[in-house]
Design a protein around this ligand. Structure first.
Ligand code: ZN
Length: 203
């Protein structure tokens, strides 16, 4: 499986990183080796002093598709989740400044937390989902999918122009404001509406 991530999909997060608002979605990929195994702690990698959390809504692709029209995109996923796109922000910044690819800052081992999957039919409207990330039981990121620049179905249509989507692929749909450095002994947990979706300890 592959993980397709969307960057700069919430205006308030674009502003906090002083990024330009993109004309098209920003897309990058994390390898399958970046998935943090269930129930495992996250170890801050030695090459970064500023690993940040980005909480994001996830969708899981259920069948092969390419060049998917937006109006048919809903047929390609049944499940949603919440996860963390861990980012070595210091390394990403260096790579960005040199115009180099971000992979090392985004695709390292453990950099993708994937929560439990819920049927999309549990929710009335996927374009109006509240989600949050708590660090040591304090809310640090809050978002609502209605604030996405590109909605889930638009993202599927867009990315499937470039990458064939396959069963089991996961799309990370971007993070709202509030990204912050994680520290040893932090305890992070994610909520989608009222449901706890994952928890992870930082080591
Ligand atoms: Zn992200």
């Amino acid at each position: 499986m592959k993980i397709i991530c969307i960057g700069r999909n919430y205006t308030n997060h674009i502003e906090e990183l002083n990024n330009e608002k993109p004309e098209e979605p920003v897309v990058f990929i994390k390898p399958d080796s970046s998935v943090l195994p269930k129930e495992q702690d996250f170890y801050i990698p030695e090459f970064s002093n500023d690993v940040q959390h980005e909480v994001e809504v996830l969708v899981k692709i259920k069948k092969v598709g390419k060049h998917i029209a937006e109006k048919f995109a809903h047929k390609y996923y049944d499940e949603v989740s919440l996860g963390i796109d861990f980012t070595a922000r210091d390394l990403q910044q260096q790579l960005k400044e040199k115009g180099l690819p971000w992979e090392k800052a985004k695709g390292f081992d453990g950099a993708a937390v994937i929560g439990k999957w819920l049927p999309k039919t549990n929710f009335k409207n996927l374009n109006n989902l509240n989600f949050s990330l708590l660090s040591n039981d304090k809310v640090v990121q809050e978002g609502n999918t209605s604030l996405m620049l590109w909605k889930i179905d638009e993202l599927i249509a867009y990315v499937s122009k470039y990458f064939m989507l396959k069963k089991g692929d996961v799309i990370f749909t971007g993070t709202p404001a509030g990204v912050c450095k994680v520290n040893t002994n932090d305890y992070l947990s994610g909520k989608l509406e009222d449901e706890q979706m994952f928890s992870v300890k930082i080591k």
